[in-house]
Design a protein around this ligand. Structure first.
Ligand code: BTN
Length: 325
């Protein structure tokens, strides 16, 4: 993968962690001219990166930007396609809305839309998703797998596994999945996933995986009605979490698991998903649009349908519901 000069410069400055590095050395390492390095530094500075020019010794990072940058996200990405094209916005209505437009205009597999803030963030079941500025990771990933529409829900489950793995890698915190795709830590929700589709009669054109993660929130950042049921990675790990690293780590896992899924089918994903699930084996209450079912969650089918056994031994297939544990 050829790294653009600007990204290469930023990566080296981050590695130097505040110590200066000369323009000459950067030029040699990146195999470009000193003028190209100087231009890249100018561009980075104009984009808000605080880089000092230290007399005679070169360039050094003054402070890491608090906002998300393309360079930092790319620095942690090892995936081939997911995250190769990133559209980063300071504020928009919803990354889902922009992703729909981009997908209709031919955006490639793996394109990601990220925003610091959403003014009309969307949740499942027509709910609103609280998406304050600079606190979370609000992103939609456009995937174009060549699969039948009936298999699309499985991608949500793959995304949930990728999020849990990403959170674990970056923060050391063990998250769990509550069917169908809420990610919880210590029983409180830190991530929601909303999957939307563009499809022909039977083939998927694009899957829009909307992922919202509460990352840097303190308790007072949540609206009153969420204070007791929502949490953030910072609240759970006790540390500020690098959102760029988290985003890229999730893309890396998402690519790994969707490749595995396309090669070996859903079974390995189902096993992983169940190993992270809070609901399986538990007594639960499932509130569907039509009825309330109480029973033990037995597992998920290959289509991601939840199986619940009630007290008479009858197995119910749950396609969409709110779950109470
Ligand atoms: C849920 O209800 O649990 C799903 C929430 C999904 C929120 C994410 S944030 C990024 C993307 N853009 C949106 O408007 N929604 C999803």
């Amino acid at each position: 993968m050829k790294v653009p000069i600007k990204q290469g410069v930023w990566k080296r400055l981050l590695e130097m962690d505040g110590e200066p590095i000369s323009g000459q050395k950067l030029a040699e390492e990146l195999g470009v001219s000193r003028t190209a390095i100087w231009k890249a530094v100018q561009t980075l500075q104009s984009e808000g990166f605080e880089i000092d020019s230290v007399k005679k010794s070169g360039y050094a990072i003054h402070a890491k930007p608090a906002f998300l940058t393309l360079e930092e996200m790319q620095q942690y990405r090892t995936s081939e396609q997911i995250g190769k094209y990133i559209h980063l916005y300071p504020s928009l209505t919803s990354t889902q809305v922009i992703a729909h437009e981009k997908a209709q205009h031919g955006a490639l597999h793996g394109t990601v839309i990220v925003s610091e803030e959403q003014t009309a963030g969307r949740g499942r079941l027509q709910r609103k998703w609280d998406s304050g500025a600079g606190k979370g990771l609000w992103m939609t990933i456009i995937l174009r797998p060549d699969i039948h529409v009936s298999r699309a829900p499985q991608l949500t489950l793959i995304a949930a596994v990728a999020v849990v793995k990403g959170i674990e890698d970056v923060t050391g915190v063990q998250a769990q999945i509550k069917w169908p795709n809420d990610v919880l830590i210590n029983g409180k929700k830190c991530t929601g996933i909303l999957t939307e589709l563009q499809a022909d009669v039977d083939r998927v054109q694009a899957v829009l995986l909307g992922i919202g993660i509460n990352v840097l929130h303190d308790k007072e950042d949540f609206p009153e009605e969420l204070k007791d049921i929502a949490t953030s990675l910072k609240m759970e790990s006790g540390e500020a979490v690098n959102r760029a690293k988290l985003a890229a780590t999730i893309w890396n896992y998402l690519e790994k698991y969707s490749d595995l899924y396309l090669e070996q089918g859903f079974e390995p994903i189902r096993l992983l998903w169940e190993s992270y699930s809070t609901s399986i084996g538990q007594q639960i209450i499932a509130r569907t649009a039509r009825e309330v079912i109480e029973g033990r969650a037995k597992g998920i089918t290959k289509d991601g349908v939840l199986l619940v056994e009630d007290s008479t031994g009858k197995i119910h297939e749950i396609y969409s519901a709110d779950i109470e544990l």
